[in-house]
Design a protein around this ligand. Sequence first.
Ligand code: ADP
Ligand code: G6P
Length: 475
Amino acid sequence: MNKKPAKFDLVVVANRLPVDREVGPDGEAGWRQSPGGLVTGLAPVMKTHDGAWVGWAGTPDEEIEPFDLDGMRLVPVPLSNDEFTQYYEGFSNATLWPLYHDVIAPPEFHRTWWDAYLRVNERFAQAAVTVAAENAVIWIHDYQLQLVPGMIRKLRPDVRIGFFNHIPFPPYEIFAQLPWRKQILHGLLGADLIGFQRPYDSANFLRAVRRNVGTVARNGLVRVTDENGEESHTAKAQSFPISIDAAELERLALKPEIQERARQIREEVGNPEVLMLGVDRMDYTKGIRHRIKAFAELLEDGALSVGEVTLVQIATPSRERLEHYKQIRHDVELAVGRINGEYGGLSTQAVNYLHHSFPRDEMVAFYLAADVMLVTALRDGMNLVAKEYVATRVNHDGALVLSEFTGAADELRQAVLVNPHDITGLKAGIMKAVEMTPRESARRMRALRRRVAEDDVQHWSRMFLETLAGLRRDN
Ligand code: ADP
Ligand code: G6P
């Protein structure tokens, strides 16, 4: 029986629900955790709040009734097949995603995609206000829903509106390419609080506001005017670096059966002296090719040899119908095939490549099994994988090689920091991690672990929600 009320004091709105609808080979429909860092970050927060989560269930053309899971109400928002193509694959992931990630791939601009983005954002806004109690907090997430704050403000002036951008906000010179830049800025400014991963993202946003919307921004505060030029409210932009549920990961890492599984994993790949690990969504922003190139050159140089060292590369399938995603998968698989053909043996592989997703326990076993973790993203809002690795290293061993172009690099200063575009530098960083003395590893890992334990995801959500609650309401 459904005991929950129809209205909630906290409503989270994100493109994806924390679980995806999945139909098994037997035709039975079930649910499994959705991919990506947004869900990893938000799911533990929502377990401790009695709220609703509004989002898409991951399959197009399916209407699903609201239901309860893990103490929260899930409110599915449907997407038609065309909206899946134009709003999700199109405007969200072929326009905004590459534009906000340093144009690593060229963004495409299509007016039909923008129309779909508008329409779907309106649907999310409507769904959110329907389940929001009077004076509720509505917390909207990520680049897929940047118009929702402005839409909700018009529909429901009583609610407090927060927005958090999980990915970078680009420098103005790049953002300016967007034909709908003003509409996006107005949409975001509908929120009372706009959160970003790094101070740099927040500064980029404020610069874009100054250049386009013409309102004065000081100390992150923006005086927002409505379409008639009347002062409407004050919005605040600030950075709140997201994190992970560090205590939960540590709890898993201490379980004897997971530690045993880590030993098995090492055995399965031939008990190398050094097991290196990469864990990413299969995305061109993650620098997987650069990592494999550096590794191949180290084998070629003779600095590393197969048998002594192996790389396990886990790459979760992602956005698979999009051209740039097909391309990166093709490039990675070609590189893995080449390197294994060249350096592997019958029973030993240079790269063990796994293109699927794993349950949480298995991910922790992989982290525990790895002596060196390689995070070489070309641009990443935060990168939670880096923080997860650190949280699971309960014996204070292991080394993290971390790209300077991740949000995590701002906090995890004791990692071996690298520029993944500089293959020579990346090779040197990998060798530094491989050759690090246990004493040096322990010194760095203790400091990294302290940072991740203190600034965990509960701290992140508390800081965001307290800042939102503390803002003066002048509208
Ligand atoms: P992004 O949000 O861009 O995917 P993050 O590193 O911030 O990147 O977050 C990725 C999340 O997805 C992490 O929580 C990680 O553990 C999880 N993940 C990545 N690959 C897999 C996989 N193959 N199976 C299960 N979880 C995965
Ligand atoms: C990143 C984005 C999220 C997104 C996730 C998975 O973490 O910031 O908004 O949900 O990747 O991508 P997908 O397109 O599968 O939702």
